[in-house]
Design a protein around this ligand. Structure first.
Ligand code: KIV
Ligand code: NA
Length: 268
């Protein structure tokens, strides 16, 4: 079967089939997710998850392209969406187009994602009209950590719903093929997900079960990350499994139980 394409997510929404998504940065993990996910996001969260950075701000376009190439090699079915990193798209719609085109050309990914609401509607339309499907991302947008004053849940306060609803409508109308709603208080996320004027499928993360789909950072949901946000459910405990395997390996090397005859080569 052919790869999922950006336009297919609207069909999932129309049919009432939930959109399943996770992040991946590696060929091997991506190959495990591939049969189960409609799309796989190569997120700029890789800065924190793979490199231990304190935010996503230092992530470069080259880093995104390298990991997107790995994920494409490991997959054949899921749509691969690549995050545009901080500084690669905000200056102008031309800058956004040139860098997004580079991502699609050098990786074979089917779409890009960029953070930001109404003020980026123009950029979303510019790219979409020129052959680049854009996934939006509103609410808690980690690249804005310095202007938000931390990683803060969005949608609180008297103007919370109005501002986020305008952001969602603006990028939906500009042609975004889907919108990630991250870290938004549940009633506001509900209102956006159920709004007839937000036609783009909504993908929730720390948002609402009413969204058309859900996404989580793979390492967080596997229980591999050392700390994860409140909205993450642990579907595994990889950290404990890895530690157990490493401890056993160390014990067996020390005691001489590994390598055994099975793990060495005979002369002939
Ligand atoms: O970078 C990322 O992993 C993301 C998801 C959390 C949506 O943007
Ligand atoms: Na991201």
């Amino acid at each position: 079967s052919r790869r999922v394409m950006a336009v297919d997510l609207a069909k999932r929404k129309a049919e009432g089939r939930k959109i399943i998504a996770l992040t991946a940065y590696h060929a091997h993990t991506a190959s495990i997710l591939d049969p189960y996910c409609d799309f796989i996001l190569v997120g700029d969260s890789l800065g924190m998850v793979m490199h231990g950075m304190e935010s996503t701000l230092p992530v470069t376009l080259e880093m995104m392209i390298l990991q997107a190439q790995a994920v494409i090699r490991g997959t054949s079915q899921a749509l691969v969406v690549v995050d545009m990193p901080f500084g690669s798209y905000e200056a102008s719609r031309e800058q956004a187009f040139l860098n997004a085109a580079r991502v699609l050309k050098e990786t074979g990914a089917g779409a890009i994602k960029m953070e930001g609401g109404a003020r980026f509607a123009d950029t979303v339309a510019f790219l979409t009209q020129r052959g680049i499907p854009v996934m939006g991302h509103i609410g808690l947008t980690p690249q804005s950590v310095n202007t938000m004053g931390g990683f803060r849940v969005q949608g609180r306060g008297p103007d919370g719903e109005r501002i986020l609803m305008e952001d969602a409508r603006a990028i939906s109308e500009a042609g975004a093929f889907a919108i990630v709603l991250e870290g938004i208080v549940e009633p506001v996320a509900n209102a956006i997900a159920l709004s007839p004027t937000v036609t783009a499928p909504t993908i929730g993360i720390g948002a609402s079960a009413a969204c058309d789909g859900q996404i989580l950072v793979l390492e967080d949901m596997l229980g591999l990350s050392d700390k994860a946000p409140k909205f993450v459910k642990s579907f595994g405990s990889l950290r404990a499994h890895i530690e157990e395997a490493v401890r056993t390996y160390a014990d067996e090397v020390r005691s001489g139980r590994f390598p055994a005859a099975d793990h060495t080569y005979a002369a002939r």
